[in-house]
Design a protein around this ligand. Sequence first.
Ligand code: ADP
Length: 398
Amino acid sequence: MMEKLPEYLRLAEMVTQKQNWKEALDASIPLVRSVLVFDNLALYLINEQKHILDEIVFARAVGRGKSAEADAAWGEKVAAQVVGENSMIVQEPKQVDSANRVHFPFVLGLPLRTSFGLVGAVIFIRFGGPAYTPDQVMCAQMVATQFSSLFDRKHLQEQVERMQDASRVVALQEDFIATISHEMRTPLGFIKGYSTTLLRQDIDWDDETRREFLTIIDEEADRLNTLLQNILESARLQSETLPINFQPVRLDALIRDTVIRAQARYRDLKIDIEASACPPVLADSVRLAQVLENLFSNAAKYAPGAPVHVKLTNDALHQQINVYDDGPGIPPEHLPHIFERFYRAQVNSSSGSGLGLFICRKIIEAHGGSIQAESPAGQGAHFTIKLPLAQAGTEAKG
Ligand code: ADP
C-alpha cells in the first residue's frame, strides 16, 4: 500500500492539473493500472435531471477480454447497485474455467462521492480473477476518491458557466433597456415637439406646414407602435405563445409583394429577385413577410446603398430563400450571436433593438425551418432561410 504512495501523489497531481475531466481520466489510466491491475474500467454518472443512472461517461479496456463498450452494458448492473446502495460492491464468481476467462468477471464497483453528493460509480473488471485483495480494494477506494474530485470540479465549472450565462443575459437586458429607452425617446421627442408647436396659439400655421407636422407625428407614432409590437412579439415568441396560421403560400409571389413594399418604404434600396414559380408551402404568409421585411430593413440600415439580391430555389425537401446584400457585412465575432434576443453588433448605430433577427429566427423555427447568416469577407451579409415542403410544415407548432 505505502510503496504505491508516489503513484497516488502523481494521480492526485494529474487529476488537479488537467483542465478537462475526460483528459484527466485518459491520462490517469496507465497510472491507475500500475497500482491496481484490471482489464476494464468504466464510469457511470447519475443523470442530474432524471435522477437515474443513465450515463456511461467513460470506458477503457486495457486488458484481456471484450471491447470496452460491450462490457459497459453489464458493468451497468453493478453500477446501478452501487448507486442504489451508495456502497462498494464486490462481485466474484465462485469458480473460474481458466480456458474461458472472459465469462468469469471479477467486478469491483465503488461509489463516486463528491461534496454535493453521490454522482455515480466506477467499475473495475478483471476477467477470470484473481480476486481483489483488501489492499487492492483500498487502492481502488483511493482512486475512486481522486476520480470523484474530478466531478466535484466539473460541477463547479458548470456552475460557473451557468452564472456567466446568467450574467450575460442580465447585461443584454440592461443594454436592451438602454436601447429601448433611447429608441422610444426619439419618436416621442418628435411627437411631443411637433404637437406642442402645432398647439401654439401665437402662430397660425398654414395648411401645408400643419400637414407636414402631422405627417411626422403620424410616422413617429407608427415607429413607436412597431417597436412596441416587436418587444411584445419577441416575448411571446420566447415563450412560444405566438399563434402561427398555416396556409398554402406561394413563396415567389410573397417575395415579389414584400419587395415592392420594401422599395416603396426604403427609396434607395435596390432589390433584384431571382425566383421561378414553385409549389406552395404551408406557412403563415404574414409572418414570413415579416421575416423578409426585417431582412430588407436591416439591409437598408446596415448596408445603405448596396444592392440586395433575393433568390428562391427548391430541392426535394425544402424551399430556400437567399437574401444577399453587398454591404459591409457582419464581423465574424458577432456572427454567431446575431439571432439572439437583444443582440446588436453595432450598438452605436442609430436605431435598432436587437430583436429583429431573433424574431425572424423564431418565426422560421415555428415553421420547422432554419435561418442562417454568413458573411464572407468583403461580400456583405448573406442570409439563408430553409423551409420544409408541405408535410414537414404541418408538423410545426401552430
Ligand atoms: P437590430 O434591431 O439591431 O437591427 P437585428 O436583430 O435585426 O437587430 O440585427 C442584429 C445585428 O445584426 C444588428 O445590430 C447588426 O449589427 C447586424 N446586422 C443585421 N443585418 C445586417 C446586415 N444586412 N449587414 C450588416 N449587419 C447586419
